[in-house]
Design a protein around this ligand. Structure first.
Ligand SMILES: [Zn+2]
Length: 373
């Protein structure tokens, strides 16, 4: 391997760091001005339903499909993600998870990239507006027994679950999930305030894509947004594409919540990192137009996004009117800490993401450095 030396600035401090890396990998950066090169931690996405034309909900994606999706995520700055399975018949969901685990075990690239599993459903609200793109007829109550079945299907892998705490038996199920080492996030829910607080007391630590999976029209006095903002102890994910959460609401959420309690996700589906067209999300046929919005044909509500991880960081920065260096943590160190992943500071011996910025300070080119410089 021919190596090349580059100087890049630390994403937080701006201090120069020397990088020694593969000349082929770094060729595009050798002519960049050193003050425009930055070294940041790799991005982490807790919710990816599909990517680059690959639908993770399909009955039988093969290993090559998954590797293609993981490689495309890496091209968008994301080194680790939680593959997300949405609501399906319970036995089918467990069988999919077991099959995906087998594919992951057989591929070193997937073992690196696929940091865990996010099971979103079927323990969700079936109420109109709250179930979103999930099939309400397949919703179930969570039970400790079902949580144990899920843990068995996932083996020792990291496991994140999104559930609605108002479902019958949910508090006992959350207690059991935490005992089994799961991270519990609340979502697709219309839980009363007291129920949200009880769920946090039982061990729930997150809230999934706040501002989505709720009806277009909400009671101005009492709705799930106000209740979540008034519930301490939750790390809240936001889909940072400027559409799932409007820019004014996005800014207000950043004023209302502690900065370390916000993380970004793409909630990407197969159309992300791929051209406009028709894609599937399990049994749903979805349309993605030139505006990059993912819709059920003929309907207004969204079903996943076509957002890529680095676009999420940059769109968040644009909405907040701050540098990408301020929003980057919410798609790297914050989700990593919340999910229990180790994500050391990027440096000479640890992986990182090399970012080149333009004269206005916006990222224009990036490259994941898997083995570090
Ligand atoms: Zn969702």
């Amino acid at each position: 391997m021919t190596t090349v030396r580059l100087t890049a600035r630390h994403w937080r401090t701006g201090e120069p760091r020397e990088l020694v890396g593969d000349a082929a990998e770094l060729a595009a950066f050798t002519s960049a001005a050193p003050e425009r090169l930055w070294l940041a931690p790799p991005l982490v996405d807790p919710q990816v339903n599909g990517f680059a034309g690959v639908d993770f909900q399909a009955e039988a994606p093969d290993g090559a499909d998954l590797e293609r999706a993981a490689a495309a995520l890496a091209r968008h700055g994301c080194a680790q993600f939680f593959l997300t399975l949405i609501t399906d018949a319970w036995d089918r969901l467990l069988a999919k998870l077991a099959r995906l685990r087998t594919l992951r075990a057989a591929s070193p690239a997937l073992r690196d990239a696929l940091a865990g599993w996010h099971v979103e459903g079927p323990f969700l609200s079936a109420k109109p507006g709250f179930h979103g793109a999930h099939d309400p007829t397949l919703m179930l109550d969570p039970t400790p027994e079902r949580l144990r079945e899920l843990r068995e299907a996932a083996g020792p892998d990291r496991l994140l679950i999104t559930l609605a705490p108002e479902r019958r038996g949910a508090l006992a199920a959350i207690t059991e999930a935490v005992r089994l080492g799961l991270t519990v996030s609340l979502g697709h829910t219309d839980a009363p305030a007291e129920c949200l607080r009880d769920a946090v007391a039982a061990g729930a630590t997150g809230f999934t894509h706040l501002g989505n999976a709720c009806p277009q029209l909400l009671d101005r006095h009492d709705n799930i947004l106000w209740r979540v903002l008034d519930t301490p102890g939750l790390t809240v994910s936001l889909i940072a594409d400027g559409r799932h959460v409007s820019p004014p609401l996005f800014r207000l959420l950043h004023r209302a919540l502690p900065p370390e309690r916000i993380l970004y996700t793409t909630d990407a589906m197969a159309a992300a990192g791929a051209p406009p067209g028709r894609y599937t999300l399990g049994r749903l046929a979805l349309e993605v137009g030139p505006d990059r919005v993912v819709r059920l044909p003929g309907q207004t509500h969204f079903a996943g996004s076509a957002l890529t991880p680095i676009e999420a960081v940059c769109t968040a920065a644009a909405m907040l009117g701050v540098s990408w260096r301020e929003t980057w943590a919410r798609m790297s160190v914050t989700p990593a800490r919340w999910l229990g992943l180790s994500l050391p500071e990027p440096g000479a011996t640890t992986p990182g993401c090399l970012v080149e910025t333009d004269a206005a300070g916006r990222p224009v080119r990036w490259q994941l450095l898997r083995a570090g410089g």
